[in-house]
Design a protein around this ligand. Structure first.
Ligand code: SAH
Ligand code: SF4
Ligand code: F3S
Length: 475
């Protein structure tokens, strides 16, 4: 188990300390269930909230419908993500009418976006809390226990979390380095729900990673919506007063943490992805050869309408430099089709970038108009039928390219970090290559060596699929 992170420094000096969680002795409070929607930030927040609940004396429930406390950590990136939350909530609201002791909590991005409207729409909810309030869960729950219906969505400086996160994996851990986003992509709801950029101090990040290492973790993923923005809100915190401490500096600062074998990071923004960052990744051996750099569209006019702040030529230069300096790396991205006004030709430009660059993986989505975003108000929206058609065509291409790209692994020997047992086949271990390829191998192929999650093992790749590999241990 992890040791308490009580040595962490407070992120902002003007922080009101009463916002932190009170220390309570753990008494049995019943069971909790957390369902997490959305991105890695939400997963990381859920792990911290689970840690707080367990410290308060809640135990993980066996089933959602039996839990005494249900927390939905929600996502609103697209309309379908938001609607999913309402259908889950409907079920729990009904249950609460029969079991009034049930505590119902909505956290995360829908909570921030909808605020009080959510309490009006589903009055059974006890607590609505935005992402910046995740670390305050205990204080907020104490108010609920006092009989209040609580709304916590005001803008807040995030304080360091003094509670040990309850991490799902014992091997790979998320580490937040910057919260929020100061970009203004015209389609995106994130800045309005996650607030302004707030970087954690390098010392707090390093301390968290050292504690993870002491507790047996082997891989960390540094997280930020725009991780390249790290440090721009931290002023004069290093001795190099003339130079701002940036994400590249952070990589060097944490790299020698003993016991940590692999370092990953997400998400990178092409506008800020510098040559010096690529050079650092090439130089630092623990930084894995995988880059997730969303390009969103292969067409310059659409990129301009999205306010992304780069051209596709600039994007290609970044990828060329990565391929030149780190030849075996894998590249993944996010892309949106049917953005308002996207013509068939502009859509084809996106397809041709995918063929050109030969992405290892691409997360695809059809544009979804979001509240309080400029593009949602434009009159040149694309019809549902075209959205479906373009997305289908894109997905077919992505799969074909990924499979072709994966062919390079055939009969290669890859280092795999074992993460656990394949949930679909108990006779197989599951892990990832340094390039982030999901890899399975039989637990029988490892002779009499007693491998376990957290071990690094060489695997000879035998079978290739579009999104995963199968191999055998190679001694
Ligand atoms: N910060 C990251 C991405 C955050 S959101 C970045 O800048 O790249 C994750 C992905 O969701 C985005 O990359 C984008 O592809 C997708 N997305 C965001 N808003 C969307 C919308 N309104 N409709 C469809 N997809 C969207
Ligand atoms: Fe959204 Fe753009 Fe910020 Fe990414 S960089 S979270 S797409 S506003
Ligand atoms: Fe969704 Fe919020 Fe992440 S909207 S994608 S959970 S930042």
């Amino acid at each position: 188990m992890e040791s308490p992170r009580s040595g962490l420094t407070v992120l902002k000096t003007n922080q009101n300390h009463s916002q932190s969680n009170p220390t309570t002795a753990a008494t049995n409070r019943g069971s909790y269930w957390i369902t997490t929607f959305g991105c890695q930030m939400n997963k990381a927040d859920s792990e911290r909230m689970a840690g707080i609940l367990e410290k308060m004396g809640y135990q993980e429930a066996q089933a959602e419908l039996k839990a005494d406390l249900v927390l939905y950590n929600t996502c609103t990136i697209r309309d379908n993500a938001e609607q999913k939350v309402y259908s889950y909530l409907g079920r729990q609201a009904q249950r609460k009418q029969l079991s009034p002791h049930l505590k119902l909590i909505v956290a995360g991005c829908v909570a921030q976006q909808e605020g009080e409207a959510l309490l009006r729409r589903v009055p059974e909810i006890d607590l609505v809390m935005g992402p910046q309030h995740a670390n305050r869960l205990e204080t907020l729950l104490n108010q609920v226990d006092n009989g209040q219906q609580v709304l916590a969505t005001e803008e807040l400086h995030i304080i360091e979390d003094l509670t040990t996160a309850r991490r799902d994996s014992k091997t790979c851990a998320w580490v937040n380095v910057i919260y929020g986003c100061n970009e203004r992509c015209t389609y995106c709801v994130v800045p309005s729900v996650r607030g302004k950029e707030q970087s954690r101090t390098p010392e707090a990040i390093r301390l968290e990673i050292e504690n993870l290492s002491k507790n047996g973790f082997k891989e960390i993923t540094l997280l930020g919506q725009n991780i390249d923005a790290y440090g721009r809100d931290l002023k004069a915190i290093t001795s190099q007063a003339s130079k701002q401490f940036n994400f590249r500096d952070l990589l060097y600062y944490i790299h020698d943490t003993k016991g940590i074998e692999r370092i990953r990071f997400a998400t990178s923004h092409p506008r800020y992805f510098t040559n010096e960052l690529i050079d650092a990744c090439a130089e630092l051996p623990k930084v894995c050869e995988h880059f997730h750099i969303p390009f969103q569209s292969g067409d310059n006019e659409i990129l301009r309408m999205m306010s992304r702040g780069y051209t596709i030529e600039k994007y290609k230069q970044i990828i060329d430099r990565i391929k030149q300096l780190i030849p075996d790396s894998s590249i993944s991205a996010d892309v949106i089709v049917a953005f308002p006004g996207e013509t068939d030709k502009q859509f084809k430009n996106t397809l041709s970038i995918i063929e050109d660059i030969e992405f290892d993986q691409v997360n695809t989505a059809a544009y979804s108009p979001r509240p309080n975003t400029p593009a949602a108000k434009w009159s040149n929206q694309i019809s549902e039928a075209i959205k479906v058609e373009r997305l289908k065509e894109l997905n077919k291409l992505v799969e074909r390219v990924a499979k072709k790209k994966n062919a390079r692994y055939k009969d290669k020997i890859e280092e795999v970090l074992i993460e656990g047992i394949n949930p679909k086949n108990e006779n197989q271990f599951m892990g990832r290559t340094r390039t982030n390829r999901l890899t399975f191998f039989s637990t029988d192929t490892i002779g009499n060596k007693n491998y376990k999650p957290g071990d690094l093992i060489n695997i000879k790749i035998k079978e290739i699929r579009a999104f995963s590999l199968t191999g055998e241990a190679y001694e």
